[in-house]
Ligand binder design. Structure first.
Ligand code: 26Y
Length: 796
C-alpha cells in the first residue's frame, strides 16, 4: 500500500494512462476500486493465514440479510487512506465523493436486522476478532421503490458486481445441496445410514467479500452463496427448464412472496441452502477433531431465518460423520446461539410440517426427534395445556422455528433490555422457566465508523479537534465532549456543522425530489421500514392536525419545520402502502399551500437506502422513535441519530429507554403509553378509539378528512387504515398517544428556539453515544457467548 499521497497519485495516473476512456468518472472509479482491492487482498491473505496457524476459535454469523451499503468509501476509511486519496484525486481534478456515488449499492437486506449484521462485520474486523459472515448473494437486492401518483411501486433491482465488484468467486469451493426426494435406510461401514433418494440438487457457489477492519490489517470474510445449476442428474420426470428456473430463483431476491405454497418452499429453500452450504464448509475446514468443534467454532443465528442450522448440523454430525445423537446434540448445543429480533406474532416464523417434510425429509425427521426428546424431558414438569403448547416445537402440523432455535442453542439473546425482559416474562416465559440460564440481553449497537466518522466527516473533525481522535478506536471516549457542553464557541461550531449538513441534504432534496426546504427549519426525520407498529401514521396525522390549525387559527404560526420520511413497505403489506400514499397526499397539499409552506414542509425520500441514510442522520435535529411501546425490539436508527447530535422524540420502547438512561429525560422528549400500559390494554382488551375521538374536535376533523374528506381518495384506497384505526380498535394505539405526541412536539419546538440550549442537549447526546457503538456490542457477544480471542495486528 502507499504511505503517501504522491506515491498514490503516481501509481493512480500510471494505471489510468493504460485505460481507454481516461476522462470518464466511471474509469476513475474502476481504477481506484482495483487499487483498493489489491491493498485489501494482501492483508486478507495474511489474516487467513494467521487464523489458520494460530488455530483460533472462529465465529460465523449466519444471516439471511447483510445490508452492507457502499464499500469503497468505507474501505478507504478503514485502511486509513481516505484523507490522502481524497486530496490526491482532488489535485488530479477528481471528486472522490462523486466517484463513491458510482458504486452500485448492494441492497441485500431490508432493515434493522440486516444493517445490524453489516455493523457487526465492521466491528468484528475492527476489534481484530476472527468472525465471518455467511449469507446469500441475491441477484437483486430489495426492490427499488418508485412513487407513482403517491403510491409505492416496486421495481426489481439488479445488483451487478461481476466485473467491478468486491466479491471473488470461489468456484473450487462449490458444493451441491439436496432438496426433496425420500429417505431410505442404508448401511455404511456396518452402521445404519439414512440415504436420500431421487433428490434434486442445487449447486452452491461461494463469493467471498473482504471485510476490512479499522486501521487495515485485519480482513475478515463475508461469504455469500449463489445458487446455480448442478451437474448431477435430475430426478425422474423433472423437466430441465423448470429445474433451471427454480434454481435461479433460490438466490434471485430477498424475501420472495410467501403467500402461496410455492413461495413458502422457496423461502425454506433459501434458508436451508444458506445453512447447509455454510455448515458443510465449516465442518470440512475445521482444524480440530470433530468432538472439539464447539471449542473451535461459534455460530450465531440472526433471528430464526437460519434456524435450520440446528437440524442440519445434527445431520452432518450423525449421517456424514457417524456420531451418536447424544454426542452430536452436545456439540450443536454448545456451538449455536440465537438472537431474537422481534416479538411481533407475524414475524415469528412457522412452517407447515408437510411442506418441510416434502422439501427436506431428513431434516424434518431430525426436527421431529428433537421435539420428541424435548417433550419427553418436560413430561415430568407440572404444566398446563397452554404451557405445553408454548414449549412445543411441532404442534398441530406446524413447526415453530423460534422454539426450535431456543431449544437448540446454548445462549439466546434479545437486543435491548426491555425487549429481553418481555421475552423472558411473557413471549418466551415457559422456555425461560425451563432454561433459566440461556436467556440474556445484549443491547444492539451501530458502527460509529460508518454512521459518524464516514457519514459526518464535518462533525468528526470538530469532535477530534476538541478531544483528540481516540474516540475513533474507543468510542466511549466521546465522553470527553462533556467538557464542551457549556462552551459557547464549541456550541456554535456544532451548530454550524449541523447547518452545513442540513444544506447538503436540502441540495439533495432539491435535485432529486424537486422540493425546496429551508435549512434553518427544524429537520425532523422518521426513516425506517414502514410498519403499523412504527406509527408513521401517527406522525402524518399529527402533521395534518398542525396544517388544519395553521389554516383555521391565524395566531398559530409555528416555527418552521421540515418533516422527512424514508422507508419501504413490504409489497404485500396493504396498510403500510396506504400510509405511504397518505404521507405523499398530505405532502402534496402542504408543500403547495402558500400559507402552510412557510411553516411546514414534508419530504418523503424515495427509495430509502444505506447511502441515503448516511445523508439524513447527520442533517437531522429530531429523531422520531415513536413505536407503540413494547413493539420495537431495539431500533438502531435511534442510535445513529444520537451520535449525530439529533434529539430523540420517542416512546419508552426498545433501546430508547437505554438512550434516555444515558442522556437523562432532560435531553430527550419522551411521551406516551409505557410498555406495561400497552400490555395491560391488550390483556384487558379495553382500548376503544371512538371514546377518544369523541372528546377531541381536532381529531374528529382529521378522521373526517381521512375517512371521507380531502385525504380520502374516494376509491377505498385507505380502507386498510380505516379498518385498523376504527373497526379493529387499532392495535398500535395511534389515537391514544397522538395528543401526548403533539405536546412533546410543542416542548421540543420551544427548546429549539433557544439554540445554545439545544446544542447543549446535542453535545450530551453525542458524548453519551459511545456505548451504542457495535464495538461494545460485539465485545459483549464475544465475552458472554462466543469466547473469541483477539488476533492483534502486530501478529499479522
Ligand atoms: C421472514 C419474515 C417474517 C421476517 C423478515 C424480516 C421477519 C423479520 C424480519 C426483520 C426484522 C428486523 O429487521 N428486526 C429489527 O431488528 C433490529 C436489529 O435488532 C431491531 O433494532 C429492530 O427493533 C427490529 O425491528
Amino acid at each position: 500500500m502507499f504511505s503517501s499521497k504522491e506515491r498514490f497519485k503516481e501509481n493512480f495516473v500510471a494505471r489510468l494512462e493504460q485505460r481507454e476512456d481516461k476522462e470518464s468518472l466511471q474509469t476513475v472509479y474502476s481504477v481506484l476500486t482495483a487499487m483498493v482491492k489489491e491493498w485489501t487482498y494482501d492483508d486478507w491473505e495474511q489474516t487467513n493465514q494467521q487464523y489458520k496457524e494460530q488455530k483460533r476459535k472462529q465465529l460465523y454469523y449466519f444471516s439471511i440479510e447483510f445490508l452492507m451499503g457502499r464499500i469503497l468509501g468505507q474501505n478507504l476509511m478503514n485502511l486509513d487512506v481516505h484523507g490522502f486519496v481524497e486530496e490526491g484525486l482532488k489535485e488530479l481534478g477528481f471528486d472522490l465523493h462523486a466517484i463513491e456515488e458510482l458504486e452500485p449499492e448492494p441492497g441485500l437486506g431490508n432493515g434493522g436486522l440486516g444493517r445490524l449484521a453489516a455493523c457487526f462485520m465492521d466491528s468484528l474486523a475492527s476489534l481484530q476478532l476472527p468472525g465471518h459472515g455467511c449469507g446469500l448473494r441475491y441477484k437483486g437486492g430489495l426492490f427499488t421503490q418508485v412513487f407513482q401518483d403517491g403510491f409505492q411501486t416496486e421495481q426489481p433491482t439488479v445488483w451487478i458486481d461481476e466485473k467491478e465488484g468486491w466479491g471473488i468467486r470461489r468456484e473450487e469451493l462449490s458444493l451441491d445441496i439436496p432438496f426433496f426426494g425420500s429417505i431410505e435406510p442404508g448401511i455404511e461401514s456396518n452402521r445404519l445410514k439414512p440415504v436420500l433418494k431421487d433428490a434434486e440438487w442445487i449447486k452452491a457457489v461461494p463469493y467471498d467479500y473482504p471485510i476490512v477492519g479499522a486501521a487495515g490489517k485485519t480482513v475478515n470474510t463475508l461469504r455469500l452463496w449463489q445458487a446455480e445449476v448442478s451437474s448431477r442428474p435430475l430426478p425422474k420426470g423433472k423437466p430441465r427448464t423448470l429445474y433451471e428456473q427454480e434454481t435461479a430463483e433460490v438466490t434471485d431476491r430477498l424475501y420472495p412472496d410467501a403467500s402461496l405454497d410455492a413461495g413458502k418452499i422457496l423461502r425454506l429453500k433459501q434458508q436451508y441452502f444458506l445453512c447447509s452450504a455454510s455448515l458443510q464448509t465449516i465442518v470440512k475446514n475445521r482444524d480440530c477433531p470433530l468432538s472439539d468443534l464447539a471449542r473451535h467454532v461459534a455460530i450465531q443465528i440472526n433471528d430464526t431465518h437460519p434456524a435450520l442450522a440446528i437440524p442440519e448440523l445434527m445431520r452432518i454430525l450423525m449421517d456424514e460423520e457417524g456420531m451418536q445423537w447424544e454426542e452430536a446434540w452436545g456439540i450443536v448445543n454448545h456451538t449455536i446461539s440465537y438472537t431474537n429480533h422481534t416479538i411481533l406474532e407475524e414475524a415469528l416464523e412457522k412452517w407447515s410440517s408437510s411442506l418441510l417434510e416434502r422439501l427436506l425429509p431428513r431434516i424434518y425427521m431430525i426436527i421431529q426427534e428433537i421435539d420428541r426428546r424435548f417433550k419427553e424431558k418436560t413430561q415430568q414438569e407440572p404444566l398446563d395445556e397452554w404451557q405445553r403448547k408454548k414449549l412445543a416445537i411441532i404442534e398441530n402440523g406446524v413447526v415453530h422455528m423460534a422454539t426450535l432455535a431456543v431449544v437448540g442453542s446454548y445462549k439466546v439473546n434479545g437486543v435491548a433490555k426491555l425487549h429481553t425482559e418481555i421475552l423472558k416474562v411473557r413471549e418466551m416465559k415457559e422456555l425461560n422457566d425451563h432454561f433459566p440460564h440461556k436467556f440474556h440481553n445484549i443491547t444492539n449497537g451501530v458502527a460509529h465508523r460508518r454512521w459518524l466518522l464516514k457519514a459526518n466527516p464535518e462533525l468528526s473533525s470538530l469532535i477530534t479537534s476538541a478531544v483528540g481522535d481516540e474516540w475513533i478506536r474507543e468510542p466511549i471516549k466521546l465522553h470527553k465532549l462533556h467538557r464542551f457542553s457549556k462552551d459557547p464557541a464549541f456550541l456554535q461550531d456544532l451548530q454550524a456543522v449541523k447547518i452545513a449538513k442540513k444544506r447538503q441534504l436540502a441540495d439533495y432534496i432539491k435535485t432529486h425530489q424537486d422540493i425546496i426546504v429551508d435549512p434553518e427549519s427544524v429537520f425532523d426525520a422518521q426513516i425506517k421500514r414502514i410498519h403499523g407498529y412504527k406509527r408513521q401514521l401517527m406522525n402524518i396525522l399529527h402533521i395534518q392536525m398542525l396544517y388544519n390549525r395553521i389554516l383555521s387559527d391565524r395566531s398559530f404560526r409555528p416555527y418552521p419545520r421540515t418533516f422527512i420520511f424514508g422507508g419501504k413497505a413490504a409489497p404485500s403489506y396493504r396498510y403500510a402502502k396506504e400510509v405511504i400514499k397518505l404521507i405523499n397526499t398530505v405532502a402534496d397539499q402542504v408543500n403547495n399551500d402558500p400559507l402552510a409552506k412557510k411553516h411546514l414542509h414534508i419530504v418523503f425520500i424515495e427509495d430509502y437506502s444505506v447511502s441515503k441514510a448516511e445523508k439524513i442522520f447527520p442533517a437531522s435535529d429530531v429523531s422520531e422513535q415513536i413505536s407503540t411501546a413494547s413493539k420495537e425490539a431495539s431500533g438502531t436508527g435511534n442510535m445513529k441519530f444520537m451520535m449525530n447530535g439529533a434529539i430523540t422524540l420517542g416512546t419508552f420502547d426498545g433501546a430508547n429507554l437505554e438512550i434516555v438512561e444515558q442522556v437523562g429525560e432532560d435531553n430527550a422528549f419522551i411521551f406516551g403509553l409505557t410498555a406495561r400500559q400497552v400490555m395491560q390494554f391488550e390483556k384487558e382488551q379495553s382500548y376503544y378509539p371512538p371514546d377518544i375521538i369523541q372528546h377531541e374536535p381536532d381529531l374528529q376533523l382529521v378522521m373526517a378528512q381521512l375517512l371521507e374528506g380531502s385525504l380520502s381518495d374516494g376509491e377505498g384506497n385507505i380502507s386498510a387504515i380505516r379498518n385498523q384505526l376504527v373497526d379493529c380498535n387499532d392495535p398500535f394505539f395511534v389515537l391514544k398517544d397522538i395528543q401526548q405526541y403533539g405536546k412533546a412536539h410543542e416542548r421540543l419546538l420551544s427548546a429549539f428556539e433557544n439554540s445554545l440550549a439545544w446544542q447543549e442537549m446535542s453535545v450530551v447526546n453525542i458524548a453519551q453515544s459511545g456505548i451504542f457503538s457495535s464495538d461494545r456490542t460485539i465485545q459483549e457477544y464475544s465475552d458472554e457467548v462466543w469466547q473469541l480471542g483477539r488476533v492483534p495486528s502486530n501478529l499479522l
